[in-house]
Design a protein around this ligand. Structure first.
Ligand code: NGQ
Ligand code: ZN
Length: 453
């Protein structure tokens, strides 16, 4: 049901924490924010209100094989051996399977406080490598999953053409991802049609990586983006950096910053292996770095030098990427903990003005919204994407202001989220998605079929 008014005892506004906040919602957006308002009779009342968090990087289908790549199959398992297992899973997914798995992943995102997702979508072709009759059929399934779950969607159709730097031909395992620039233009058009019926949803473009796209192709497909978001994976693995240097004598980030018009529309996903000059160039460009701490840990990528990037006023957001585990708070927790372990320091994603929980929450919200081309925050004109914390959770006892966010990030558990609204519609109540039973039942059937074949 779409609320007209919500009242919060305390809520995080762009100006900071405020008490007795009344929010008026209309047409899916926040129309009025009134701090110091007396609770009116009949208005739905909550204790702690926060804005929803954008999830700037997801491959929803990967949720279906979460936890199935955790057995050692070589003397040395790594990102690339994980990718082989992932490719085998990709080989079997039908359009209906994609919709069912994505709906599950998006539902779990909402339950964890993510209200908008950037879906980096590259599963375009059928299992035999041919396009479906509608080339954007799979994009349509992502849009359908967004509708079923209710999450906001920035759909990022991926351009993918090669298996390595310098235009190496794609592997058999990549056959479902491939397009020419002309076919890609059709995928973008079809994606725009696919999201047209969804509220607060849009389409960007995603050249997959410099491994998968040549410089000439990059220039050609960028003309399709005009003002929309542009996302690219970059420098996630040291092998990628080495291969790039062997190809052109430069690192991928250095090549990108010199050869592409990187600006505030861009999201550089991972950017794990970067030096100080590269960090400075990214920060100066206004681009957002898309950090996916849980996946980066799971895949053994390395640790992004966040402290140095923040010194240069760099912008970042968080993404759930492989969706091996979906939690906004735990992405922020691991983001900070990886820095602590690596730098033997504490409170890296923080400033003297704000606690780590508050700083990282605000930064990831602003960076995520920028990267996904949306507005965020409990502010007039923003989509009514809102969550509450369960004030009865032990981690929140005797906490107020920024200490609430520190408890949410560092001391909470899954049960700390209360209700979640997206575009003014309540989708999660007491931590549970309202359509959970149907979404899980369909997912169970889908996986049963996929994993037995
Ligand atoms: C992806 N995922 O596109 O799903 C990639 C793996 C690749 C991450 N990089 C494939 N986390 O990068 O080649
Ligand atoms: Zn990715």
């Amino acid at each position: 049901m779409t609320a007209t008014y919500l009242q919060f005892d305390t809520a995080l506004l762009p100006s900071g924490w405020a008490e007795n906040v009344r929010i008026r919602i209309g047409g899916g957006a926040i129309r009025e924010v009134t701090p110091g308002a007396d609770p009116a009779p009949g208005v739905e009342r909550h204790r702690i209100g926060l804005p929803g968090m954008p999830n700037l990087h997801s491959h929803a289908f990967q949720r279906g094989f979460a936890g199935l790549g955790e057995r050692r199959v070589h003397a040395h398992d790594d990102f690339w051996s994980w990718r082989d297992i992932m490719y085998r899973f990709v080989d079997r997914i039908s359009p209906d399977d994609l919709e069912a798995i994505a709906a599950l992943a998006f539902m779990e995102m909402l339950e964890s406080g993510f209200t908008h997702v950037g879906e980096f979508h590259y599963l375009h072709r059928a299992t035999d490598g041919a396009f479906y009759d509608d080339p954007a059929a799979m994009a349509g399934r992502i849009a359908a999953a967004a509708e079923i779950s209710g999450i906001g969607l920035t759909l990022l159709p991926v351009f993918y053409a090669h298996s390595g730097f310098g235009g190496a031909p794609p592997h058999a395992g990549q056959k479902r991802f491939i397009s020419t620039p002309d076919e890609f233009a059709k995928l973008v058009e079809g994606s725009i049609v696919a999201v047209a019926g969804l509220t607060n949803s849009l389409v960007g473009i995603a050249p997959h990586s410099l491994r998968a796209v040549t410089g000439a192709e990059l220039t050609e497909i960028l003309s399709l983006a005009r003002t929309s978001p542009v996302h690219i994976h970059v420098a996630e693995q040291t092998r990628e950096v080495e291969d790039c240097k062997a190809w052109c004598g430069k690192t991928p980030v250095a090549w990108l910053m010199e050869n592409a018009p990187v600006d505030s529309r861009w999201c550089l996903v991972h950017a794990t292996h970067v030096d100080e000059a590269e960090l400075g160039a990214i920060a100066a460009s206004g681009a957002v770095v898309g950090l996916c701490p849980i996946t980066e840990a799971n895949l053994g990528d390395g640790v992004f030098p966040l402290g140095k990037f923040l010194e240069q006023a760099g912008r970042f957001g968080i993404g759930s990427d492989s969706n091996v585990y979906i939690s906004a708070a735990e992405e922020l927790r691991l983001l900070e903990y990886a820095q602590r372990l690596n730098c033997r320091a504490r409170n890296v994603a923080a400033s003297t003005a704000a606690s780590t929980g508050r700083f990282s929450f605000d930064a990831a919200m602003a960076g995520g919204a920028q990267a996904l081309g949306i507005k965020s925050g409990l502010d007039v004109g923003s989509p009514a994407d809102i969550m509450t914390l369960d004030a009865g959770h032990a981690a929140l006892v005797c906490r107020s202001g920024d200490a609430l966010l520190d408890a949410y990030v560092f001391a909470g558990s899954g049960g700390i989220i209360g209700d979640v609204w997206r575009g003014g519609e309540k989708l999660v109540r007491n931590g549970r998605h309202l359509r959970k039973d149907a979404i899980i039942a369909r997912y169970r059937k889908t996986l049963g079929r996929l994993l037995s074949s």
